[in-house]
Design a protein around this ligand. Structure first.
Ligand code: SAH
Length: 210
């Protein structure tokens, strides 16, 4: 997976590649899908949610530019796979999940695998985690109609947001760097993520409007 799906498709950051080598993805997918855990494809978890495709996880992580000790807010803990990759890179991770059962399962899985230092919360992450702000990085692992202002204001100067923004079913993966008074936005690729439902996201997974 590392050589064929990540390095050959352009992931260059050795820190990201080695973090992905260390995290056992098979522990984050349902037991029936263990054999597919290292295929470059998103896999279903509970409640109609997914563990993101490894290439996309690598691309997002590379775009975040994570170095040890920096503070990262993740929105959409899901299985905890991306959370584990960020922790492997030495980041201090805060992650919010809106599904109680996914939050609970991710908390016990991450604890079992030794990622006990990550801070997990059950709730709506589309408005960030104001009490713990500011963050150096914010990563949305589900789609948003646009990047909520609340998330950008929880970034430190020089901070970076990465996430999919656009329509339900079709988004641009963007990297937004906030360097007041400038805000620079770059499109990394086109993509399709499950929606983030919440005050700063979609009203439901079926709306066409936020
Ligand atoms: N990062 C995950 C993939 C997450 S998929 C992984 O590596 O496995 C997106 C997740 O966002 C889903 O688990 C979904 O339940 C969650 N979600 C949806 N709306 C949310 C919200 N408003 N706040 C936090 N999480 C949300």
């Amino acid at each position: 997976m590392i050589e064929h799906d990540l390095r050959r498709r352009g992931i260059r950051d050795e820190r990201v590649l080695s973090a992905m080598l260390r995290v056992p993805r098979h522990r984050f997918v349902p037991p029936a899908l263990t054999m597919e855990a290292y295929a470059d494809t998103p896999l279903p978890t509970q409640d109609g949610q997914t563990v993101s495709q490894p290439y996309i996880v690598a691309l997002m992580t590379e775009a975040l530019d994570v170095s040890p000790g920096i503070c990262v807010l993740e929105i959409g803990t899901g299985s905890g796979y991306q959370t584990a990759i960020l922790a492997e890179l030495g980041a201090k991770v805060w992650s919010v999940e809106s599904s109680a059962s996914l939050h609970r399962d991710a908390a016990s899985r991450l604890g079992e695998l030794g990622y006990a230092g990550v801070r997990l919360r059950h709730g709506d992450g589309t408005l960030g985690w104001p009490h713990e702000a500011p963050f150096d990085r914010v990563l949305a692992t589900g789609s948003l109609p646009n990047c909520p202002k609340a998330l950008l204001t929880q970034l430190r100067p020089g901070g970076v947001f990465v996430g999919p923004v656009g329509r339900l079913g079709s988004q641009r993966l963007v990297r937004i760097e906030v360097d007041p008074p400038e805000v620079r936005e770059q499109t990394l690729c086109h993509c399709s993520f499950v929606p983030l439902i919440g005050a700063g996201g979609w009203r439901s997974g079926r709306d066409q409007e936020a």
